[in-house]
Design a protein around this ligand. Structure first.
Ligand code: TRP
Length: 463
């Protein structure tokens, strides 16, 4: 090894990797951009007062999200291992069970996929409904009945979820560079193109400005503890952090990848997609006199009615749901990769077997989410259906906790010399200042913020 080669302490011959800087960007952005931008961001913004919510979300993204994303990618690349082994390897002689971060991450990935694949299933179903015109009506009562018809029919709900599960499992089996990288590299540009088209349509409607006002002028009276926790949970969910996704993807990064630069680009591009999704949705919602605060059903009840109200609506509705399906696919690949990498590297299953085992388990756990509006509608845990419970527990609990412990590990157990070496690629990059700032944030700022918001949002401390 010559002196100007990056001196990564662990090299793993035969382990798959992303093949180019662009590939890293496509896969990582593909993970970040997802139903979080198209389904969660608009519906949460709509239900929690618009711009003020976005502002808290932005602050969480900058002070917590970005540093945690960088921290995760950096430790993943250092260890070049799955989420559990990464923590094990790097903790070295430190006896504390840091690997639990990876194990909890696997659990979180499962629970997220359990409800995410169901929503993705609805999105896929809506592409076909848009094509046949079946979901189009200007009357929200009609679109609402159409949506209930889909979710309360156990056969359809399960069928669409399984279609989605089989699709993502097939791509995962193809591998990291030949599956994930190849697919996301093709799909991401299409997603951006479609999104811009739908935005132009929405902005050129009469009365679009009211929606923009809603998106950009804040009303701070809506900001309570739980709302702030929700905004922070969304920041974690959006950036795919707090559960090992970015650790796992980081382990496939190239040695010469500039991690802070990559993560910042992904964060900004992801934000752009969220704002564009807001711009695609809210001006149109207001232009046709609908309410923005429909919550999770915004996408499937309000949006079809909005599209039905506009000229060429059917075409734009097809485009919109295709772009949502693309977004969901890249995100699900990154979620599925976490348990698959663990089964593959910890337990020695082949990639194919690991993917099929995960598929089987997911079909089982996921079906409880799929049946939450039909067979299991009355089955409540803590007052929530399995679907809502998986969503709440992961976003508002597991992800913030995972992020908190990643910060504690990097800031307090791993330490500055390692962080500097990891972020400057062993001195190859002039990143030392940025590395310092990120180290300071992960050591002192992010963990304190996460803890306060978590405790306050759960009602454990009040102020
Ligand atoms: N970020 C994706 C979205 O916005 C979802 C996602 C993918 C995710 N991987 C994750 C969320 C890991 C949390 C953790 O839709």
């Amino acid at each position: 090894m010559t002196s100007n080669q990056p001196q990564n302490p662990v090299s793993m011959p035969g382990r798959d990797r992303f093949t180019s800087g662009l590939g890293v960007l496509a896969a990582t952005l593909g993970s970040a951009v997802g139903l979080g931008n198209i389904w969660k961001f608009p519906s949460l913004t709509g239900a929690n007062g618009g711009a003020a919510f976005i502002l808290v979300y932005l602050i969480s993204t900058l002070l917590v999200g970005l540093p945690v994303m960088i921290a995760e990618q950096m430790i993943g690349r250092r260890a070049r291992a799955d989420a559990i082994n990464t923590l094990r390897k790097l903790a070295g002689r430190d006896r504390r069970p840091w690997w639990l971060i990876g194990a909890a991450g696997c659990l979180a990935a499962f629970l997220i996929l359990a409800f995410y694949t169901e929503v993705a299933g609805w999105v896929f179903a809506y592409i076909f409904r848009a094509l046949t015109g079946a979901a189009l009506s200007t009357d929200p009562d009609v679109t609402s009945a159409a949506f209930s018809g889909l979710v309360s029919d156990p056969t359809q709900a399960l069928l669409w979820q399984w279609i989605v599960l089989i699709l993502i499992t097939a791509i995962i089996i193809m591998g990291v560079s030949k599956g994930i990288e190849r697919v996301t590299k093709r799909l991401m540009p299409i997603l951006f193109g479609l999104l811009v088209l739908v935005c132009i349509r929405s902005l050129t409607l009469d009365g679009a400005s009211e929606g923009l006002t809603f998106l950009f002028s804040p009303d701070f009276s809506k900001l309570t503890g739980p709302v702030i926790l929700t905004a922070m949970g969304l920041a974690f969910f959006k950036l795919s952090i707090g559960m090992g996704t970015m650790i796992t993807y980081g382990s496939y990064f190239r040695d010469d990848q500039n991690i802070p630069a990559t993560a910042s680009r992904v964060m900004l591009a992801d934000l752009l997609v969220s704002m564009l999704a807001g711009i695609a949705i809210f001006p149109a919602v207001f232009a046709f006199g609908f309410q923005p605060d429909a919550g999770p059903s915004l996408l499937f009840i309000t949006i079809p009615a909005v599209f039905a109200s506009m000229p060429l609506g059917q075409v734009f509705m097809v485009l919109f749901f295709v772009l949502a399906a693309i977004a969901a696919t890249g995100a699900m690949l990154s979620l599925l990769e976490v348990p698959v990498a663990v089964l593959n590297e910890q337990f020695g299953f082949s990639r194919r077997k690991a993917a099929l085992i995960t598929l089987g388990l997911l079909a089982l756990v996921g079906s409880t989410a799929a049946l939450s509006s039909s067979t299991l509608a009355d089955f409540k845990i803590l007052g929530m259906t399995p679907f809502d419970l998986f969503d709440y527990v992961t976003s508002n609990l597991l992800l913030p906790l995972g992020g908190l412990f990643v910060c504690l590990f990097v800031g307090w157990a791993w330490g500055w010399p390692e962080v500097r070496a990891a972020l400057t690629n062993d001195g190859q990059l002039g990143n030392a200042r940025i590395a310092r700032a990120i180290f300071g944030l992960t050591k002192f700022v992010s963990p304190v913020l996460v803890l306060i918001v978590l405790l306050n949002g759960l009602g454990i401390i009040q102020f």
